[in-house]
Write a protein that binds this ligand. Sequence first.
Ligand SMILES: Cc1ncc(COP(=O)(O)O)c(C=O)c1O
Length: 377
Amino acid sequence: MTKKALLEIAHEHGTPVVVIDHDVIRANYAGFRKHLPKVQAYYAVKANPAPEIIRTLHEAGASFDVASFPEFLQVYENIKHEPAKLRQDYVWDKIIYANPIKPQETLLALDKYKPLITYDNPEELKKIKRYAPHAGLALRLRVPNTGSMVELSSKFGCEPGEASHLIQEAFRMGLVVEGLSFHVGSQCINADNYVQALNIAAAVMDEARGHGHELKILDIGGGFPVPYETQVDIFPQLASKINAEIDRHFAPDIEILAEPGRFLVATAATVVARIIGKAVRDGKRCYYINDGVYHTYSGILFDHCQYSVNAFKRGGTEICTVFGQTCDGMDTVTQSAELPKLEIDDLVYTEDIGAYSNASSTWFNGFPPAKVVHVNQ
Ligand SMILES: Cc1ncc(COP(=O)(O)O)c(C=O)c1O
């Protein structure tokens, strides 16, 4: 988005305002498909659950990864009017419920949709058998998350050595395991994580075949990296490695899917905020803005993400601190913003803030989440 367009939106809608550009979402989806042509993208709704984004990605041909029953319904409501809605496989083609741990009431509610769901332990299998016996299953494997910005392997995934037992156990209970899934950790810049994960998945599939169970689906999860700020765009290179490993290990009839979240939406949003206070502390200039880490910048806390704050004004810059609007000292957006001298009511902006940002915004201190404006829908 041009600075002029951002300023116009901020003047029309007020601040803080998150501007989401749907042309960028469509371009990110097209880039994903171009570099991973055999992989169906199931957008991880948790990254940014705006219904407008779900609609844009649905029109572009995406499917969806959901983490809760409300997310499941939000997607289902947006896609259910398709003519193909009566086909059972359409639900699987369009939605995977990829949170391996599900409350009993969620399983009960999900069962009538015969959904595709993940699991990674025997206790979950017992719950599924009791409350959602009509679901199709994907076993989540624990794989290396080395160097990823957000580590997930300590919370989810069975050890590869347990996989065969968990697959056989599911079939013994009368359930059906359709495939495998894994997640290499979010913002994964280490291609080796994918290489190792694909190796592990191939070995587990071979072992399952040896026991007479042909698995049909491989879900390679999310983690696809975004070129934040000065980082180079390593996605094309990463994708070609993934393609080569998929071709090496898996027969063409295995359905490959992925759950990109950040990759599809991070670069599509910019937030514009307003300076509401100024001070000099310990000799350093400090600005207070009407947003912060409990709001659009929540990714600093929950996503381990760093953001830079930029000024619309020009001029010689100095290193400043930017604080959020709440009374909490932790509400610090950055201690190293390079900003020109700004005044109260001047506007600042942060790019690439579309993932894990407004999705985890709170009402802390009574401040509402930023307004969201969609452009090029
Ligand atoms: C199960 C699952 N799938 C997909 C994602 C999306 O990951 P990313 O945003 O790194 O693509 C996550 C993120 O936490 C996840 O837990």
